[in-house]
Each structure stands twice: as C-alpha cells, then as structure tokens.
Ligand binder design. Sequence first.
Ligand SMILES: Cc1cc2nc3c(=O)[nH]c(=O)nc-3n(C[C@H](O)[C@H](O)[C@H](O)COP(=O)(O)O)c2cc1C
Length: 330
Amino acid sequence: MNDPLLFRRTMGRFPTGVTVVTTRDADGRPWGMTANSFTSVSLTPPLISLCIDRRAGSFSAFSGCRTFGVSILGEHQQDLAVRFATPLDDKFTGLATREDHPGAILMSGSAATLVCSVHTRVDIGDHVMLVGAVQECTLGPSAPLGYCDGSFFTPNGGTAPDGVDTPLNETRPGRQILVGWLVEYESRILLSRDRATGTWRLPVGPLQAGPTMSEALIGTSRAVMGQVIEPEFLYSAIDLSKSETCHVYRARPSVVPRQTPDLRLFAEGDIPWADLSHSSMEVILRRYFEERVSDRFGIFLNLGAGRIAKIEHESPWTDDHAGEYERSAS
Ligand SMILES: Cc1cc2nc3c(=O)[nH]c(=O)nc-3n(C[C@H](O)[C@H](O)[C@H](O)COP(=O)(O)O)c2cc1C
C-alpha cells in the first residue's frame, strides 16, 4: 500500500471525538493542538494515548513535557477545534480555561477533561505516540463533538444527553453556521489543507463573536487564516454536512495573504481537484473561475437537495445601487 491520501481518507471514515491536548514547555509557554488520535489504552492502570505529528509546531513541547491535559470537546466547541488545529502564535488568549495541575490546561465547558502524566513515548513512523497515565478525570456539561470524513458533526443531534443540564449561557443550535473564505490574490485562490484527511478546501471556520457582523467576520478571518482579511461580498451558501451550513465570502486582499504549508494560493490549473474535501467545494471553485472571466457573479445556494440557484442579470452590489438601502429605509 503506497497511497497516503487513500489511507488518510479511509481512516477519515472512522468517526471520532475531538480533543484539545495541551501542555507547557520548559519556559512555561502554553502549547495546544486539536487531536482525534486520542484513545483509551488500559483500564487498570488507566492509560490513554495520543499520536503527535513530528511536523506540528507543538511537537517539541509534547516531546519534553511531563504533564499534559486533554479536553474532550463539546458539540458547541467547534471553534476551539479549528483554533487549535491552526498553527497560530497564540491560541490561548481570551479562552476560559483552568489549570489545577501545571501544564494541563483544560478548556471550560468541555464534554470531559483528563489530566495525564507521561507514561511512555514511542517513536512510530512520522508521529510520536504519547501514552498518558490518567491522574484525574472530570465529566463536563456538554454532549461531545464528533469528526468524520473531514467534517465536524454532533453525535447527539445537537441536544444535551438526558440528565445533563444545559448551562443557560450555552446555545445549542441544530445547525452550525460556518464562514468560508474565497480569497483571490493575483488570480490565485487560497486553499487550506486538513492535515487529518490531507484534503484541501476553502478556509472555513465558525463565525466569531463581535459587536458588528463586519467585526465578527474580521475576527473569523483571523481565527481561520491567522490574518485579517476584509470580506467583499457574500458569494455562496452551501451545506457541508447534515449539521453545517457554510456562508462563503469573496475577498481580494491588496497584499499577498500569509501562506503556510497548509494554507496556500493555487492558480486555477494547480487546484488539487481530486483532493478537495467536499464536492460542493469543487462546485464553488469551478463556477467562480467561470464567472470571474466576465467579473459578473451570481449567488449560489447549494442547500439540502443540492439546489444551485443563480441570480441572473446585473450584480446587485455594483456602485449603481450604492445608497439604495439608505434611500429605501428612510
Ligand atoms: C479533527 C482534527 C484532528 C486532528 N488530530 C491530530 C492528531 O491526532 N495528531 C496530530 O499530530 N495532529 C492532528 N491534527 C492536526 C493538528 O491539530 C494541526 O496540525 C495543528 O496545527 C497542530 O498545531 P501546532 O502546529 O501549533 O502544534 C488534527 C486536526 C483536526 C482538525
């Protein structure tokens, strides 16, 4: 077997939960990453394992740590899953966490948390398996978040399990609205790679909180792409899964967007069409390249039964219509 992508996609068919695993390095700096390789290893003694990619920025911190924390994310914590799967300089500022055992930084409101001391480290292939001796377990208020085929899902159907009180300040929407970014720079489109499946897609993440929609979108661009990108207009609404709808904004930054190995600009001819995460990503990209030739865009809806609706005629956001809202509203 010498087909890494097929292997990744095959493993992606196996539904898992989603954890954020954290530690501190020798200088006390906090590190954390999203991990779904978490699994239980032994009941007596209680042992768990995680596999850490050698290429991860946090790899050396996990290679040297003695204590680490595991937060099994709740269904409302997809934003944390995205944040900790993105190589950002600071993933922790502004988060509600607790750290009773130094190095085990736990996310508040998780489905469950564990504090572990390192039992064994095993070099395996391109990962290191970290076996943790469980020192403490805590059950939290939330139903768990799931991950399968490159998408998040709510195994519990978006409702809390029986007998668990939902904190009043938590919302439990049946659908998650995500924001996608169609960022074009010099005829190239920014795509992000999901390391777990190896597939590419438009950068996507949950809408961040903000006093205005515009600021929420800017905050989302920072969380998803690690940089501020101003949205230009809403281009599409698509269903990514049974529980996720993605609103895709077009953006054309004036400076070259920051790129990483997992966030890259692709010319049309270089798009990895066979390795896109969802067929709807291909639909969006193909239509976009078609429409940008004439610089006239429709708004596409690919919801539920796969409907694609094109708004014909002149694009409503041209300057001719500037101020129309104010006029009609007054
Ligand atoms: C759902 C999901 C599960 C992941 N599981 C793992 C994992 O088990 N091990 C791993 O090394 N990376 C995993 N990743 C990728 C890391 O979260 C990602 O590479 C992250 O950028 C690592 O952060 P760092 O570079 O700051 O260390 C996963 C990503 C996602 C979205």
